[in-house]
Design a protein around this ligand. Structure first.
Ligand SMILES: *Cc1c(COP(=O)(O)O)cnc(C)c1O
Length: 428
């Protein structure tokens, strides 16, 4: 494959955009090389600026669950655009999508729309603090909740409990209010709660971790979290920015039959436009301005184009009774195909999968938390990534990302992917 135009465009971008990208995950820093510039996409495929074609497993990092340029979504946006792009007043479509979301997701009465998953998580935590009157939050090492200050706290090997900032610009004061726990380790969470009795406003978690590869929760881990929260007057926040409308109509809450107090959305809910949302029971959501004292706002929140895309997407997902089963079957097929290949070449691996989320870890050990996810063989991943790219299969340029399966993928595409995997693995 030739990347002439992509390379030239990247060189230009670097002059005026830090690192040439508007979000670091798009850079190829973790795998080497220069990022590929995409010109257009349709269904399961991306076309780059040099006219190379790829089967896409990034899918805009989640939103494109039905494939790129999905007609009902595109049509809805085009029609809305003709009527004006933003008014800064209430519009009918906001209520329509809110009603639909509330009908699809268990255990929520009200939802507020924002512009990104970051905003959703940041606002949900503020609401949890305002509602409970407490300051501290618990998050899990390796879980991503957007780039707001309170969340940019990582586990240093020793200081697991007392967060230290891992991004310059996050103040010590902020870091001190974020307590770090190990994913899938309820004893650890209990010990943190015990040591900070009466100070913890909320526990925020990706119910299925998707930002350290895909890591499903161990059985009863989420149930125990729920009980722990109930016993200590702590709100449980499910960050379903990745899992919402993906694992089931009602997301992880439905899949695991566990109620969260607040739920955050992003990605799929916007159908590819910038949308986030947070939702919960009326009693909590009514603490938001203008009804309550917790302030939260947005000039472009509930933007008509974004709402049109989101409404078209959710409508499709709501009406297609077979969608989640189909997605899970395709993902299982890919899992089996890749697993057979990896076994054939005796390459140490662990594949994690749930619904339409899957990740290959080049590590033999079970991957259950950040520590075990970090044990993967990164050099092997780099070689795998570039090999797959050369074969026309686009996976995320980082070993810590989940692959997203879209309904636009055919079994022929999956077979091509498995064949590419075979070719690449024979050289690893
Ligand atoms: C992507 C993601 C976010 C951040 O959403 P943005 O729209 O990128 O701000 C938050 N939480 C989870 C679980 C995510 O996957």
């Amino acid at each position: 494959m030739q990347y002439k135009r992509s390379s030239a465009l990247f060189a230009e971008a670097e002059k005026v955009i830090p690192g040439g990208v508007n979000s670091p995950v798009r850079a190829f820093n973790a795998v080497g090389g220069t990022p590929i510039f995409i010109k257009k996409a349709k269904g399961a495929y991306l076309i780059d600026e040099d006219n190379n074609k790829y089967i896409d497993y990034i899918n805009s990092w989640g939103p494109m669950i039905l494939g790129h340029a999905h007609k009902p979504v595109v049509d809805a946006v085009i029609e809305k655009t003709k009527l004006g792009t933003s008014f800064g007043t209430p519009t009918e479509i906001e209520t329509k999508i809110a009603k639909l979301a509330v009908s699809m997701v268990p255990n929520i009465d009200k939802i507020r729309f924002v512009n990104s998953g970051t905003e959703a998580c940041m606002s949900a935590v503020r609401l949890a603090r305002g509602y409970t009157g407490k300051d501290k939050i618990i998050k899990f090492a390796g879980c991503y909740h957007g780039h707001s200050d309170s969340f940019l706290i990582q586990a240093g090997s020793g200081a697991v409990t007392f967060g230290s900032p891992n991004s310059p610009g996050v103040t010590k004061g902020t870091a001190q209010d974020t307590l770090l726990a190990r994913f899938n380790d309820i004893k650890h969470v209990e010990s943190i709660v015990e040591a900070n009795k009466n100070d913890i406003a909320c526990i925020i978690i990706e119910p299925v971790a998707g930002n350290m590869g895909c890591i499903p929760p161990k059985e009863i881990f989420l149930q125990k979290l729920r009980s722990l929260c109930d016993a200590n007057n702590i709100l449980l926040i499910f960050d379903e920015v990745m899992t919402g409308f993906r694992l089931a109509k009602g997301g992880a809450q439905e899949l695991f039959d566990i109620s969260a107090d607040l739920v955050c959305f992003g990605k799929v809910i916007g159908g590819g436009l910038p949308v986030g949302a947070f939702a919960g029971r009326a009693e909590i959501m009514n603490h938001l301005a203008p009804l309550g004292p917790v302030y939260q706002a947005g000039t472009l929140s509930g933007n008509p184009l974004a709402m049109a895309a989101g409404l078209a997407m959710l409508t499709e997902l709501n009406e297609d009774k077979g969608i989640y089963k189909r997605l899970a079957e395709k993902t299982a097929y890919l899992h089996k195909g890749c697993e057979d290949v990896l076994n054939k070449y005796k390459i140490p691996h662990t594949i994690n999968r749930i619904g339409s989320m899957i990740s290959i870890h080049f590590s033999e050990a079970e991957v259950v938390d950040f520590e075990t996810a970090a044990k993967g063989n990164n050099d092997r991943f780099k070689a795998f990534f570039h090999g797959m790219l050369k074969e026309g299969v686009y996976i995320a340029p980082s070993a810590f990302e989940t692959w997203f399966i879209t309904d636009a993928l055919t079994y022929e595409d999956l077979d091509k992917t498995i064949a590419a995997c075979n070719k690449v693995c024979s050289t690893l």
